[in-house]
Design a protein around this ligand. Structure first.
Ligand SMILES: Cc1cc2nc3c(=O)[nH]c(=O)nc-3n(C[C@H](O)[C@H](O)[C@H](O)COP(=O)(O)OP(=O)(O)OC[C@H]3O[C@@H](n4cnc5c(N)ncnc54)[C@H](O)[C@@H]3O)c2cc1C
Length: 385
């Protein structure tokens, strides 16, 4: 075993940290409060190769790997969780999934633009009545000549208001349950697609999200990923990769909470001494550090296994669960340590508290990760197949 990052990975982490501090940090509070999506900064991250880590050079990537993209996404989320989303919406979601399941034509048409961030991406799984139970989705795609005609709606789609291209999961054979779902690459700005932004949400205010409605939306049949009926399998494969991006983001938020409390606990004086001297505050800080570090090891192991190309659904679920819970515990404790200043908007802790919550929900709730982990342990359903 080797717990040390290679020099190359340390450099990548440093570049991401520097970028976040220099480009994102100066306006993070204003951007967040204005619910402003900084597409210009997403483009800069694309130019730096941040979205190319899990894509080969021939499609515009740099092949640095899953651990590299994990480190970068973590450092970006440590400064602004909303800015972490494009790692999933462009790179780990659409680009990676098209790479794995798309035709050569689809790869050449879409992946370079997603990697450079000239195109904004999204993926559309969730529906108003189909969340954790993905297989119960209703959006219908019917083959008519050389196009699929899509009708239905998707809900809570990150990037939907700005996306150019996305993955769409829809039912092609209603009698077959999960085996009747197919995956498509969609041009989001085509006729037949309507997007309604969801503006009132608890956190990640700098990350646009929306509801998508499809009315006789025509997708060329060449945009089918894999074969008809492969959609559920492709969706689970996509979630395996995008869960890693979430886990990296959760680590970033957890670390941001630790950074904030270490400074504050030394500055804030009560009863004639810094509050960091009180054992109850120390207890919270120790728990924050240990649980974040434990989660980090799980997340990095999942990334390491992905780089080795071995099955890792179980380890990815463990990392996603542990990091989401760590982020929420850290945000909760940071709020306690900051007292009323945590509750105010004067410090970033309120933002961390709001942003941490999404990690327990998106890409499979914490419950769903626990279902995967426990079913595997009990021998009911193997996670790594
Ligand atoms: C900010 C944000 C961004 C999002 N972005 C996207 C996106 O880009 N694309 C996309 O497709 N979706 C996206 N989503 C949707 C997200 O993936 C779903 O919200 C999530 O999968 C949970 O579905 P649900 O909200 O319908 O909850 P439900 O599935 O209705 O679950 C409600 C509760 O029941 C629990 N539960 C459900 N089933 C089980 C079970 N079998 N065992 C134990 N507990 C269970 C859940 O854990 C949860 O606590 C986003 C959501 C948010 C909030």
């Amino acid at each position: 075993m080797n717990f040390e990052l290679t020099e190359e990975l340390q450099d990548i982490k440093r570049v991401a940290r520097d970028f976040a501090l220099k480009e994102i940090a100066p306006t993070v509070d204003q951007d967040d409060k204005a619910h402003r999506f900084r597409q210009d900064l997403v483009k800069k991250m694309g130019d730096l190769g941040f979205f190319g880590c899990v894509i080969p050079e021939e499609y515009g990537g740099n092949d640095m790997g899953f651990l590299a993209i994990t480190l970068i996404a973590e450092e970006i989320a440590r400064v602004h969780s909303s800015m972490r989303l494009p790692f999933n919406m462009n790179a780990l979601g659409p680009a990676r999934t098209i790479l794995k399941f798309g035709s050569e034509e689809l790869k050449r048409k879409y992946i370079p633009g997603l990697v450079s961030a000239d195109l904004m991406g999204c993926f559309a799984i969730t529906e108003p009545d189909a969340g954790s139970d993905v297989a119960s989705m209703k959006t219908r795609a019917v083959l008519e000549g050389d196009h699929y005609v899509v009708n239905g709606s998707k809900m809570w789609i990150s990037n939907a208001p700005v996306a150019d291209v996305g993955l769409l999961y829809a039912v092609t054979d209603p009698g077959k349950g999960a085996r009747g779902i197919s995956a498509f690459v969609m041009d989001c700005k085509s006729p037949g697609v309507t997007v309604e932004p969801i503006t009132e949400k608890l956190g990640t205010w700098g990350a646009p999200v929306g509801a998508m409605t499809f009315e006789n939306f025509r997708i060329p049949k060449e945009n089918l990923l894999g074969a008809e009926g492969d959609g559920f399998k492709i969706c689970m494969s996509q979630l395996d990769d995008t869960r890693l991006g979430c886990a990296a983001g959760a680590l970033g938020v957890a670390q941001a909470c630790i950074d904030a409390v270490l400074q504050y606990a030394n500055e804030r004086q009560q009863f004639g001494q810094p509050i960091g001297k009180f054992q109850m505050v120390q207890d919270m800080i120790a728990q924050m550090i240990v649980e974040t570090e434990a989660a980090r090891l799980l997340v990095y192991r999942a990334a390491f296994l992905k780089d080795k190309g071995v099955p890792n659904t179980l380890e990815t679920s463990m990392g996603k669960y542990a990091s989401a819970e760590a982020a929420n515990k850290c945000a909760d404790f940071a709020m306690k340590i900051f007292g009323s200043y945590g509750y105010s908007e004067e410090y970033p802790v309120a933002r961390y508290y709001r942003d941490a919550k999404s990690y327990q929900i998106v890409e499979g709730t914490s419950n769903i990760q626990k279902v995967i982990i426990s079913n595997d342990a009990l021998g009911y359903r193997k996670a790594n197949r």
